[in-house]
Design a protein around this ligand. Structure first.
Ligand code: SF4
Length: 265
């Protein structure tokens, strides 16, 4: 059963692709023949997808059949439990207000733009993750108890404590407008008192990933160009940490964007 960081990485890579997630869901209703899997999800690169799922110990492959492994079943169950959590209602939540815009610091990636730190009250603490479906490019992180939202160039991170950070803001007016927008979206959902229905996520294209890569074609990831690397990320053959130049401080904001985008591949 996957447990060490490398094995967990295999699972994350395997599940980072929509076709492979579809295969997992299809197999959750019982063992299938490879032919049936192909009819359900399409036959393009089917062997590759099945092999990645097998390598991650999520499925078992017979000569002509595919089935979930015990780990794969538990993995899906864990996801269902998390989704049940997300479907909690908002009836106890109170409308929020922007109470403070504390700092307007130059962005690391682009000194003509600003990083804003603000506060909303009351803090959303446990209800934050329920709000994720409100934002097409929103991702709730259990690890930091924060909702990370990407809209155009701006990345907004709303923490359970009430702290809100925004990157790539042009000026104070844009900061105020973006914060008011955020408050209105959240308060509308709170006024309804129920968790928002999941939205169809926006499709991520390789060109969009490429836009935020360093574009130096340095080859450190093992690929000849950043665009090839972007395509490999899309197919699950590569992961962001293989592009080591992204760890340089000047790419900090690019990395934030890429992390939000890759969460939806
Ligand atoms: S390591 Fe990063 S910057 Fe270098 S080629 Fe690969 S993707 Fe591009």
């Amino acid at each position: 059963m996957p447990g060490n960081p490398n094995e967990i990485k295999l699972v994350n890579n395997a599940m980072a692709n929509a076709t492979r997630r579809k295969i997992m869901n299809f197999l959750s209703s019982g063992d299938k023949s490879i032919e049936e899997v192909g009819e359900e999800v399409g036959k393009t690169m089917l062997d590759f997808h099945l092999k990645l799922l097998q390598q991650a110990s999520l499925i078992k492959l017979g000569e002509e059949t595919a089935s979930l492994s015990e780990y794969g079943r538990n993995f899906l169950k864990g996801k269902e439990d998390k989704n049940a959590d997300k479907n909690a209602d908002l009836s106890q939540a109170k409308p929020v207000e922007i109470v403070e815009v504390r700092q307007l610091l130059p962005c690391i990636a682009d000194s003509s733009k600003f990083r804003v730190i603000a506060n909303i009250a009351p803090p959303l603490v446990g209800t934050l993750k329920v709000l994720e479906p409100l934002f097409p490019r929103g991702r709730y992180s259990e690890k930091i108890n924060a909702l990370i939202v990407q809209k155009g160039e701006i990345i907004t991170t709303i923490y359970g404590s009430g702290k809100v950070t925004m990157t790539m803001i042009k000026n104070e007016d844009e900061a105020k407008e973006a914060l008011e927008n955020l408050r209105n979206i959240i308060n509308e959902a709170i006024a309804k008192g129920v968790a928002p229905a999941p939205r169809e996520k926006i499709r991520v294209e390789p060109m969009e990933l490429y836009k935020y890569l360093p574009q130096t074609n340095c080859g450190k990831c093992g690929d000849q160009s950043c665009y090839t690397f972007a395509i490999k990320i899309m197919s699950g053959e590569a992961s962001l940490d293989m592009c080591t130049p992204l760890n340089e401080p000047k790419y900090a904001t690019n990395q934030e964007h890429l992390q939000v985008l890759t969460a939806y591949i």
